[in-house]
Design a protein around this ligand. Sequence first.
Ligand code: HXH
Length: 330
Amino acid sequence: MGLASMYEDYFRIGAACAPDRLDKQGMHIAEHYRSITAENCMKPMEIQPAEGLFDFRQADKLVDYAFEHQLDVRGHTLVWHNQTGEWMFKDGNNHVTKETLFSRMKTHIATVMARYPLIKSWDVINEAIADEDNRFLRESMYSRIAGESYIEHAFECAHEANQSANLFYNDYNESDPKKRDKIVRLLKGLLEKGIPVHGIGMQGHWNLYGPSIEEIQAAIEAYASLGLRIEVTELDLSLFDWNDRRCDLLEPTSEMLELQANRYDEIFSLFRSYKDVIDSVTFWGAADDYTWLSDFPVKGRKNWPFLFDDRFQPKESYKRVTHFSRLERV
Ligand code: HXH
């Protein structure tokens, strides 16, 4: 029985993947996951590299694979300051006007969502809140040209494109109390204006040392109190603390793997206790053979953030996450 089946009564379990990794990872993904997210191939830059030039080949491959294997797909991501073609913000040598930007956003959102009408959850906006304590909105071409209004515009376009889709605001450091409160403020404002936003994507790029369970729980409570659905969208547990830049590790130590198993255990116990508000938990990868963390924040430093090892074998973390008491299942 695969990971996702064990969690059938709780939430969907997903993995991020890429079409050119399906040869290697496809079987593993079909066995253990119920949902996939495109790691890169649905990002604006990939899908619309130049104005009006849509390239759906990679994304189609992933969606076809999902359909064949009865996996859901999460759409990631419609609007982001990163991995977006420069053209989006330019008119010759000048910046575009807000009107032009809004019309380009609308075309992009409508075209992508129309291509994939069966995708039920979309990350409409990714990472719009600033990390700095003294700033609210992230500084980006979007905020420079349109201020905060681009956010509601994106949700309105998405809702117009597909009225039955669940629309998400997605961000990282989402459990940090200061950033959490800013995200809450943003979403509260949107809801009060009647903007169609249905959920919050908690990315969950965490590590062995933080954030604490209390902080994660407080974040879930805060987001749920707005009446929003929660999806954990990009979960991974790096073996390294953020400021730890050591590069000498060829394989994880048993202490690290034990700590990781403890962390995964308490994190999934917490998620299970919030199954009424959490609809899915997606890892930002499928197994330790590939992770973006092997290039971030230290280029070329291998990391081992998942429940399955390099050869798709279950780690101690997997055992702890799946060996929960059946009495819990109510
Ligand atoms: C996610 N960003 C994206 O949502 C996903 O699409 C991508 O594939 C991987 C991760 C997380 C992230 C956000 C900001 C960031 C790095 C990763 O930039 C920083 C740079 C330096 C210091 C802190 C953050």
